[in-house]
Design a binder for this molecule. Structure first.
Ligand code: CA
Length: 222
């Protein structure tokens, strides 16, 4: 699988390139938007695109790329965790969005998910009872109604829902959602779990003492 990595920050690009190569991907790395547009070809399977590039804005690169390569999977990688950019990116046909800082496993999971054939689109949604997470539209629904989530809350819920019914260690949540290997505030995860519980219901997210959290289908409906 050929990955075109468009990232001007050398430290991040090296880290991503090495990690992808270790997992068997072929990686071509470019630094500018201009180079990226020149490097796209039929042999590229997926593009990992940083938005903050030295020449052309990443979103303009995406726009230009979409004109000739409408179905090429693109994963946006960026420090701009701001919802507007994300919406713009997805409207332009980015397939997924990974905010920096990110955990490498998370990025690899997103790349693999985009490369996997999705004939009926079902694999892009996660369901636990009447709670549904649409990973492409980045939207959560509870009994059909949209639940507004921040990008961190979404990532946290996604991680829990990918392991529905299992206890997910606090340290795994911290590394996958925040890209951190220690908790700078010592209760970051717990604070966000509280936000999530307020939005999706207390009984859905159980505390597993001394371990972390587990998402379940509530026993008695709403
Ligand atoms: Ca950059």
């Amino acid at each position: 699988m050929n990955v075109l990595l468009v990232e001007d920050e050398d430290r991040i690009a090296s880290f991503v390139e090495k990690a992808l190569r270790r997992r068997g991907f072929d990686v071509r790395r470019v630094v500018t938007g201009g180079e990226a547009l020149g490097a796209v070809s039929a042999s590229v399977d997926i593009v990992v695109l940083d938005l903050g590039l030295p020449d052309i804005d990443g979103l303009d690169v995406l726009r230009a790329l979409r004109k000739s390569w409408a179905s090429l999977p693109v994963v946006i990688l960026t420090a701009r965790a701001d919802i507007d950019d994300r919406v713009v990116g997805l409207d332009l046909g980015a397939d997924d969005y990974v905010p920096k800082p990110f955990a490498m496993d998370e990025l690899v999971a997103r790349i693999r998910a985009r490369l996997r054939p999705q004939p009926d689109g079902t694999s892009t949604k996660l369901n636990v009872g009447d709670l549904e997470l649409d990973l492409i539209a980045h939207r959560a629904r509870l009994t059909g109604k949209i639940v507004e989530l921040t990008s961190r809350e979404f990532a946290l819920l996604e991680m829990l829902m990918r392991h529905a019914g299992q206890a997910v260690p606090r340290s795994d949540l911290l590394s996958n959602v925040w890209g951190l290997d220690f908790d700078p505030r010592s209760n970051l995860v717990d604070v966000y779990i509280r936000y999530l519980r307020r939005k999706v219901g207390d009984d859905r997210i159980q505390t597993v003492r001394g371990v972390g959290y587990r998402i379940v289908e509530p026993a008695h409906g709403q």
